[in-house]
Design a protein around this ligand. Structure first.
Ligand SMILES: NC(=O)c1ccc[n+]([C@@H]2O[C@H](COP(=O)([O-])OP(=O)(O)OC[C@H]3O[C@@H](n4cnc5c(N)ncnc54)[C@H](O)[C@@H]3O)[C@@H](O)[C@H]2O)c1
Length: 321
């Protein structure tokens, strides 16, 4: 049995990851400040300890992480609405929080959650780990004020440094993970569309809706991660920055139509220019992962389609609104 220290474990991906780790017979210690997560996302378990507090509290991070064999660091300010309203906090949680977690946990193997947002706005459609990511490129996602993407870029640099000093580090870049217990409160598209279909409010699409994305099922995402963690190859260069995301690509217009039709909803579809909602920012036009490295490391991942994910979500009906 391993002891795994998980930051941000009360959040959406966090709670699924914690469930996976417990099912794999690990002991788990979660540190979460509940800024967007909730203890209700996690069921009591004899091998689970939840500590409420921030990764910005150095002393607490040292105490909470004592004796761990693996660190999974995903505490972050996520979601456009939150990031846009608190850019500096978003940057700091990633930069200072990651510094604290790396320092507190010595030479323990660490999995760092970055984001596909580091590819910025200017990327080619399919983005690859071999792309060189400068801070300037990452910051095109943030707009004029450094925030989420710049913070994650800093997280990656801290990860590289630790790796150069001999530590086992894996950096992953998730692409639009969705599923049950994802909150609609911070601007995530799928829970918002579902919420609006439920309430009969308009489904609001930014820009013309022809921007494209790939959406990845959280359960497949966490089992993928669990396989990667157990693979020795992944913990060494050049394999340790990994895009994780589905190969099913669709436009936001199509996503809205699928959800509306599956929910048999009468909600009208409305369009708003992105910068009326987030002034001085632009939306990423097309974003999906080159997953050749992931395939090389673990074979093809059989990602559920958006229809399959939505069907399961509507049965589980646990989108938090
Ligand atoms: N959901 C996605 O599609 C997606 C895409 C790319 C990257 N990611 C990354 O995955 C990770 C998890 O994201 P999520 O979608 O589950 O978001 P989430 O908001 O549900 O989870 C983040 C968790 O971090 C906690 N947290 C925030 N600040 C903290 C702090 N200072 N100290 C301790 N805990 C803190 C929150 O309370 C929350 O529980 C994040 O690192 C995010 O950047 C997610």
């Amino acid at each position: 049995m391993k002891k795994v220290f998980v930051t941000g474990g009360c959040g959406f991906i966090g709670c699924h990851m914690v469930e996976r780790l417990l099912a794999d017979n690990n002991k788990v210690v979660v540190l979460d400040d509940l800024s967007t997560g909730s203890v209700d996302n996690l069921k009591d378990h004899p091998n689970l300890e939840v500590i409420i507090g921030s990764v910005l509290d150095n002393e607490l991070v040292v105490k909470a992480s004592q004796g761990c064999d693996l660190v999974i660091h995903m505490a972050s300010y996520v979601g456009m609405k939150l990031v846009y309203s608190k850019p500096e906090q978003s940057y700091n949680v990633s930069k200072i929080g990651t510094e604290n977690v790396l320092k507190a946990t010595g030479n323990t193997p660490i999995l760092l959650f970055s984001t596909s947002a580091v590819y910025g706005l200017s990327a080619t459609e399919e983005v690859s780990e071999s792309n060189v990511i400068s801070l300037e490129r990452a910051r095109t996602y943030d707009g004029p004020v450094r925030s989420y993407s710049a913070g994650k870029w800093e997280l990656e640099q801290l990860g590289h440094k630790a790796m150069d000093e001999g530590r086992k580090v894996m950096i992953i870049r998730p692409f639009n993970v969705i599923g049950d217990r994802q909150s609609a409160a911070y601007g995530m598209v799928v829970p918002n569309f579902i919420k609006n279909c439920k309430t009969g409010n308009p489904i609001t699409i930014y820009d013309d809706g022809e921007q494209s994305r790939s959406f990845s099922c959280v359960k497949k995402f966490t089992t993928t991660l669990s396989t990667l963690i157990q693979s020795e190859d992944v913990w060494s260069k050049p394999n340790n920055i990994i895009n994780i995301g589905s190969n099913h690509i669709l436009t936001i217009n199509k996503l809205a139509r699928i959800i509306k039709s599956k929910m048999d909803s009468s909600s009208p579809i409305e369009y708003l220019p992105y910068d009326t909602v987030f002034p001085n920012k632009k939306d990423v036009r097309h974003r999906f992962p080159d997953t050749r490295l992931l395939t090389k490391l673990m074979g093809d991942v059989d990602w559920p389609t958006i229809e399959e994910i939505i069907d399961e979500l509507l049965v589980e009906a646990t989108i938090t609104v």
